[in-house]
Structure formats: structure tokens, C-alpha cells
Design a protein around this ligand. Structure first.
Ligand code: EPS
Length: 396
């Protein structure tokens, strides 16, 4: 069973990740992890922290000579900002412990609920871990899962489809245009393939900044090259759509997820929702549409798996909201911590990481073994079976 854990506070020494259950023989490089970390740091609307950090993962275990060993893979990403916070965040004696105490919880943040649960009078003890900084470790973890999936020609993409009130028409991504669309997305500071909508999104972020506001939005994620048969209909926790939705809503500020055209489908009659099944010229089975997002009964059906995630605005507002001072017990404005105005483009990269994890987990459940070579054999055998018995063939 593939699993991972992260540790680390936003202004502590660094972020640590441990991944267990990876087979031996997966090509992994620090350079490819770091390329993903750099993508997460970008995005129009990010705050001052990203100017301090230059996130780099150092692999501590589980890889030798560029290949996984089958043992737990661990890595560390040092926080450069720790230099400025040592006397506040040190695990030992803190000279300036009281200096950045948080007692005015931000509505929408974990501050108050976490402080009540763990009995921390200083809510910094909550916000340091609740911070989206933790997602750097997830991106490092996810990039390793992506490297596994790529060995089997399975590719993940993301595109931003809205920021605040500005929406773009998402590009339909397939194997034929994957590179072209992804290049356009990467070139956009808001990860939006439509240049005009991207500019409108950036203008909206500029005005939100001036007004002391923050903004949410939404993004789409897709997985190309997925075989049918990942996940299962048999139990609530084996259904892959549920696992994807759970993984995506675990990303800070993600409050809704739709699989395929989930929201629009709820308003349509069945005949305009369900993807009809055809045979192509080579007598191979396929669905002409993909409103189901590549998942039926919680099982992949061989089409592109796709989902959309919806992010609320970041709870730190430079024009702070009303709250209660929990030391003085009087109404006051919430604390203002340095923050982003909009982090939807970065969240899309984190979404890719979470999706890579869930897909790699499901892939290993189906084809899993201790070594990549055996997985390749198992996948080839399964593909031959699908072709012979079910008229299904992987499209390139
Ligand atoms: C983030 C690091 C944080 C925030 C942001 C994301 O760093 P700092 O608190 O030092 O500015 O910029 O986190 C949040 C918006 C949040 O609400 O936690 C990062 O590395 O992505």
C-alpha cells in the first residue's frame, strides 16, 4: 500500500516527507522534483514568502543511483525563512517566543478551531502547520508518483479555469495536443491557456490586492493514458472518484470537487449525461464523450480521468475581518500575517500532486509488485487481455 506522511512547520527548519510502498526501480531525480517545486512557487498573486524561498528537495533515503530501492523514500526541503524565525520557532529555548503570538483568529483559517481543540493560547502553534507551506512537501511526493506513472505513459495536467469572477473556457486536452496546451498553460502566470482570460484574472488580482482582498477560483486536472479497471465499485473506500475527491479537498482551501461534468450533469436529463459506447473502425471500444470524467462506478473506464477543484479565497486579508481577541475577550480585527492574494495557480500544481498520489496508489493496487519490471509485465499481460477479450486498446 502506497502511503506518505509529511512533517514541518511553515517557519520551522523545513518540511519532511516520507513515502512508503514505492516499488524498486522507479527512476527518481532531485532535479525533476525541484522542477515541480519551482512550478508550485510561481503564480500571479503570490506573497512575499516566495521571494525568500527557492524550494529544493534533498533526498535522504530510498534512492540509489537514480532508482528507488523499495525502502521508504524520504526527503527534506529546508525553509530559508527559518533564519528569520529561529528565536521564535526553535524546538529548544525561544528567545522571542512571545513576539509573534497570534490571539486574534482569522475567520476561515484553522486558527480558532485548532486552538480550541489543542488548547493552544498562541494560535501560531496551529497556523504554522495549517499553512499551505506544507503543500511543498506534497508536490515533492507527488512528483515521485508522477515519475512512476510516466514510466507507463500516464500523464497529469492542470489548468486554471477561474479566478474570482473571471472564468475561462477550459481547453480539452488529449494525447494529441497535450504538449501544446501544457506549454501554453506553463507560459501563463495564472496557469490559464486562454491568454485574454488570463490577463483579466491578473487585473482582478491587482485590484483585490489594492482593496486588501483575497481571491479563490477553480482549476481542472486530468490524467491521460489511464487503463480501465483502476479503483473498484465493491466498497465505499475503494471507489476511485471518492478517493480523488477526498485527496483534492485535503488541499488547503479546496471546498468543492466535481468529477467530470459533475455539477452540470446534475441539471441534465440522463440521455445528455451518460457517455454512449461505440466501436471504432478497428472495432475497438470507446466512449465518444467523457462527461463522466473517465470514472464509472468508481472504476476507470479507459478514458481520460478528469476533475475540477474549487478553492475559497485565502483567509488572511490585508483588510482584516471581524474577530475576537481571545486574551482581552473583546471584538477586534483579525491578525494580519504575510500571505498570498491568490494561490489558485499554485493549488493547481498541488492538485496534480494529490492526483498523482491517488492514481499511483490505484495503479500499484492493480499491478503492484516489489519491482517495476514485474509491474511492466503485469500491465502488458492485462493490456493483452483487454485487447483480446474486451476490444479495448490503449490510444496513443
Ligand atoms: C506558503 C507559505 C506561506 C504563505 C502561504 C503559502 O508563507 P508565509 O506565511 O511565511 O508568508 O505565503 O500560505 C497561506 C496563504 C496560508 O494561508 O497558509 C507556501 O509556501 O505556499
Amino acid at each position: 500500500m502506497l502511503k506518505y506522511v509529511t512533517a514541518g512547520e511553515s517557519h520551522g527548519k523545513g518540511l519532511i516527507g516520507v513515502i512508503e510502498g514505492l516499488p524498486a526501480g522507479v527512476p527518481v531525480s532531485e532535479a525533476s522534483i525541484n522542477a515541480q517545486l519551482a512550478r508550485r512557487q510561481k503564480g500571479y498573486g503570490r506573497g512575499g514568502r516566495m521571494k525568500i524561498e527557492s524550494d529544493r528537495a534533498e533526498i535522504m533515503s530510498g534512492v540509489r543511483g537514480g532508482l528507488t530501492l523499495g525502502s521508504p523514500l524520504s526527503f527534506i526541503i529546508y525553509n530559508r525563512d527559518y533564519e528569520n524565525w529561529q528565536e521564535i520557532m526553535s524546538p529548544g529555548h525561544c528567545e522571542r517566543l512571545e513576539e509573534r503570538t497570534v490571539e486574534r483568529p482569522r475567520p476561515g483559517h484553522a486558527d480558532l478551531a485548532g486552538a480550541m481543540k489543542y488548547n493552544h493560547r498562541d494560535m501560531r502553534n496551529i497556523l504554522e502547520r495549517a499553512s499551505a507551506r506544507e503543500t511543498a512537501a506534497r508536490v515533492a511526493m507527488g512528483s515521485i508518483c508522477s515519475q512512476l506513472l510516466q514510466s507507463f505513459d500516464i500523464y497529469i495536467y492542470s489548468q486554471v479555469i477561474s479566478i474570482g469572477s473571471i472564468s475561462a473556457v477550459p481547453r480539452i486536452v488529449d494525447a494529441g495536443n497535450l504538449k501544446e496546451v501544457c506549454d501554453a498553460i506553463e507560459a501563463s502566470p495564472v496557469r490559464c491557456a486562454d491568454v485574454q482570460s488570463g490577463e483579466a484574472m491578473m487585473a482582478l488580482i491587482d485590484s483585490a490586492k489594492q482593496e486588501g482582498e483575497s481571491l479563490g477560483g477553480s482549476f481542472e486536472l486530468g490524467v491521460l493514458g489511464v487503463p480501465p479497471g483502476l479503483g473498484s465499485h465493491v466498497s465505499w473506500d475503494t471507489k476511485l472518484d471518492g478517493r480523488i475527491a477526498g485527496a483534492l479537498t485535503s488541499i488547503p482551501a479546496i471546498k468543492a470537487v466535481e468529477i467530470g461534468e459533475g455539477f452540470a450533469n446534475a441539471a441534465r436529463p440522463g440521455s445528455q449525461v451518460h457517455d454512449q459506447i461505440f466501436l471504432n473502425d478497428e472495432k475497438r471500444i470507446y466512449h465518444q464523450t467523457n462527461r463522466a470524467g473517465g470514472l464509472e462506478g468508481g472504476i476507470t473506464n479507459g478514458e481520460t480521468v478528469w476533475a475540477r477543484a474549487y478553492m475559497k479565497p485565502i483567509p488572511t486579508l490585508y483588510k482584516p475581518l471581524q474577530t475576537v481577541n481571545t486574551r482581552e475577550w473583546q471584538g477586534e480585527k483579525a491578525v494580519v500575517e504575510r500571505s498570498d492574494i491568490c494561490a489558485v495557480p499554485a493549488a493547481a500544481v498541488v492538485g496534480e500532486a494529490m492526483l498523482a498520489f491517488v492514481m499511483a496508489q490505484a495503479f500499484l493496487e492493480k499491478f503492484g509488485s516489489d519491482h517495476v519490471g514485474e509491474i511492466i509485465e503485469s500491465w502488458q499481460r492485462y493490456h493483452a487481455y483487454l485487447k483480446k477479450e474486451w476490444q479495448w486498446e490503449k490510444r496513443t
